[in-house]
Ligand binder design. Sequence first.
Ligand SMILES: [Zn+2]
Length: 418
Amino acid sequence: MKTAKYFFLFGTLLLFAAGCQNDKKTASKKVKEEKPTKVIEKKPLIGYGLNLDDFSIERDTVRSGETFGSIMDEKGVSPAKVYQVTQHISDSIINFRRINKGKPYIILKNKDTTETSRYFIYEKDRINYAVIDLGDSIKGRLGKKPVTIKRKTTSGVIKTSLSQAISDAELNYILASRFSEIYQWSVDFFRLQKGDQFKLVYKEKFINDTVYAGLQEVEAAILKHKGREFYAFNFEIDSLTGRKDYFDEKAKTLRSFFLKAPLEYSRISSRYTRRRFHPVQKRWKAHKGTDYAAPTGTPIWSTADGVVTISGYTRGNGKYVKVRHTNKYTTQYLHMSRRAVKKGDYVKQGDIIGYVGSTGLATGPHVCYRFWVDGRQVDPYKQDLPDAEPMKEKIKPSYYDFIEPLKTKLDKIKYIQI
Ligand SMILES: [Zn+2]
């Protein structure tokens, strides 16, 4: 759907460009007559490294069940030629066995009476394409559409949810999810409050300077949550690998050793408490965990790096997984529909260890998340939990230099008034 929309846009742009060409043609004629020395030549329509004016252009998308062979057959290319093409062109340019349904392609036909199909252009994604020359000497090449990066700034206010705020500001949903990823350790995103505000400095990619082609990065952000401002700056911490991460204005990492929650949940159905009425057992007992309600099959993540110590089943817990993170911390995840790890597996923070279910003593699909510190069960929401790896002291000066202009830029953006 998205691709279709984009290609509609792209098509429209080309048409628009073509329209301009005609205008220029008539205009140049007039100019020519008046001032013969200043000839304005008609600019050729260039695309995919070809002069598109030389051809008639047929755009289409690969339909269900279509193959390269069937498409070529429809465009009047002989089976012998198709065979030669598949033999000549390497898989690195196009894997003809993997021509995907829904992918756009273009056939360029000669403008003469033969209307021979001369080029097959396959759009691998919004930016990358392959051009196959179907002429006497078969050739193939890869190309990229010219991409420009534009820096943008924005601000918004939370009325009901972050996605609502992002859509109010007419921003992309990818931006909303990237934004929530940045703060997933420092702010519980499901408890963002009405009136919380944000500001963003980000970069977007555009093809031919106009067609949106995705988010490049969120360079800097502020989230004003409960009146407190949380800054975030994306900084390259490893010049060899190019790895980037977010830090605040004091060079403190935004990451912490534990994620705030082990899944993307719809609500907390029961918090840690010393005493509650058990819905299944129908008696008062302590609930030493946090229950997150979510649909069956929702992935459950390990909240920190660690080693799986139990991947098993009991009548009460149902299918469950236990992870030891350090000598100090252990977490446990209950009532899974399916487990995704074995005892002894090493897991990273955010790795999927199982899926939400309602096995064991459970009234509906949820995960019961349990947390131990030094062998004692506690409420993780009431713990002062450790940060992830801090920034190295020696790179801090360059970090402060890096964020200074970004911080000024952020501070200059005005909050949307509530
Ligand atoms: Zn529970």
